[in-house]
Each structure stands twice: as C-alpha cells, then as structure tokens.
Design a protein around this ligand. Structure first.
Ligand code: MN
Length: 302
C-alpha cells in the first residue's frame, strides 16, 4: 500500500452533556486509526457553551489537553486539581485505569482548544496512572514559523512530557508567507488547520481539515495567505492493533467489556474524583456486536 499526502476531513460530533458541546474530530478516521501513536484528535470552539465533563474513566491511553483560549480545571482520582491555561499542557497517563473531570473556568472564555489521545504501547498500558502539568515547553523559531513542542521531539526541541513511543506534538504559528519545517523522516505526520488560510505541500486546507503525510518526508512546506495556526502530530507508525470504544483503549473486546464493567460497578480500578458529590458519566451500553480493531485501508490520494 502506498500512502502519499491524504486529506482527512473533520466531522462534527456532538459530545452531549448539559451544554451540548460539538467538536470537530479528525482522528480516528475510518481508514486511518492512528498517526504515530496519536489516535484521537478533537478540536473545539471558540465557544461560549463552555465545558462540563463529569468524572469518567480511561484505560490504555494518554490524554493530552492543549487549550488555545480560556482556562480548564482538571481533577482526577490521583488528587490532581489543576487550572490549565493556553500554552500549558495537561498530560494524563491512564495506564490500567484513571478517572477525571474537566470544567471551563467561568469568566475565562470563550473556550477553544484541542483534546488528543495517545495510545499506550502494550508494556505501559497495564501500568499505574500518572498526571503531569507542564507550563514551560520548548519553542523553535524559524523565519516565519514558531513551534511550541508539547509532546515528543521536533528538531532540537524536546518536550519534558513523558512519552512511550517516538513522536511529536506541536502547535505551529505561521506568519503570512512561506515556511519550511524540517521533520523526522522516520515519522509519519499530520497537520490540521486551526485558523488561517494555508496550503501544505501545495494543497489548500480548510479550517479543521487534516493532511496526512507518510514516513520518508524530511520537510513540510507551508504557504500561508494569512497568519495561521496549525496542529502538527506525528510519530513512528504504531503497529499494535487497537480496540477503541467510548473512553477505553484495549487490544480485545474482552479488555473493553472488563473496563466497562469495572466502571459500572464503581470498582477501585478507577478510584473517585473528589468534589462532584458522587456524580459521574455512566458508561453507555456495549454494542451487541463484537468490537474489533480498526485497520488502515487504502484511500484515494489527494
Ligand atoms: Mn477524558
């Protein structure tokens, strides 16, 4: 299978909840479950409807929260209670099981940001949960471009955040004009437009669209017709099969069914997030069909 540049549209997904937030989701895509170990990309806002996500569980993944506007208060069963501001990173590694809540901080909106997941490799997914908050992240500046590296490595810049597979996650700010970004040819990459009018490698992208690039590329060409902001994700292709359902990542249907059962029975696996008076998001019913891993499929090239 040959993969060259492939344009991935976002789809609007209503997250439900009290205020009915709608997000733009680009990953997982029907034909592309992962880019490196990145397996989930949600972009939201700018919106005044805020964020109110009661305690819910995760397994087998890292949640990466990167606000662009507004502030988010994170609490988890490890006792963390952190107000996150734009330019700062929250990284929660679920390992075997964790639970958390996320709410906007009144008066700091409108809220705009990215919520991303990274799949944990098998040797880490059974380990303990951890939480990290990073306020000091490395920045690379090139002619027209400024990159804040929040996960992994880009050129000489390395984020202090803990990663378990070789990867990059960065916010790119580009001024009107041309920019070249050197990237690791061992990685596959994807770029999503947050705002601005840009072409990547000669291809025009709309807001919230993503361009996938296969490994072997040494640079990404960006042409901006206005000031723009982009999300860059990438990494070594992740070759473990993933079964993803609701907030869980496993390897089999049984992994997911067990995690769901543990959340439904309020088992110690996920602990308790303080300060919510026992409120939480109940797990949806499992589908009647067996959950299977998703595979990459050939898609038309852009
Ligand atoms: Mn979550």
């Amino acid at each position: 299978m040959t993969w060259s540049d492939i344009l991935l549209p976002s789809r609007e997904v209503p997250l439900g909840g009290v205020r009915g937030v709608t997000v733009h989701r680009t990953l997982p895509h029907r034909d592309l479950p992962t880019v490196g170990a990145w397996c989930f990309v949600d972009y939201f806002g700018p919106s005044n409807s805020g964020m109110s996500v009661l305690p819910h569980p995760h397994t087998g993944l890292q949640t990466v929260t990167w606000p662009l506007r507004g502030e988010i208060r994170h609490k988890d069963n490890l006792g963390s209670d952190i107000v996150l501001k734009p330019g700062e990173l929250n990284l929660m590694t679920s390992g075997h099981g964790v639970s958390h809540s996320e709410f906007d901080v009144a008066g700091t909106g409108p809220l705009q940001g990215l919520q991303l997941w990274v799949a944990l490799p098998d040797h880490r997914r059974h380990g303990p949960p951890t939480f990290e908050n990073h306020v000091d992240l490395p920045v690379i500046e090139r002619d027209n471009l400024r990159a804040t590296v929040f996960m992994g490595t880009l050129g000489t810049a390395m984020s202090p955040a803990t990663v378990y597979t070789p990867m990059v996650g960065a916010e790119l700010s580009v001024r009107k004009g041309q920019a070249q970004l050197e990237v690791d040819p061992g990685f596959e990459h994807a770029v999503m437009v947050i705002d601005g009018k840009v072409s990547i490698n000669g291809l025009g992208l709309d807001r919230t669209q993503m361009l996938y690039m296969s490994p072997g590329r040494t640079r990404i060409s960006i042409s901006a017709r206005s000031d723009a902001r982009l999300l860059l994700i990438g990494g070594e292709p992740f070759d473990e099969e993933l079964v993803m359902w609701w907030n869980f990542i496993g390897r089999t249907h049984e992994d997911i069914a067990e995690a769901r059962g543990d959340w439904a029975s309020r088992s110690d696996r996920f602990g308790t997030v303080a300060g919510h008076d026992g409120q939480f998001i109940p797990a949806p019913e499992l589908p009647r069909i067996r959950l299977n891993p998703r595979h990459r499929r050939a898609v038309p090239t852009a």
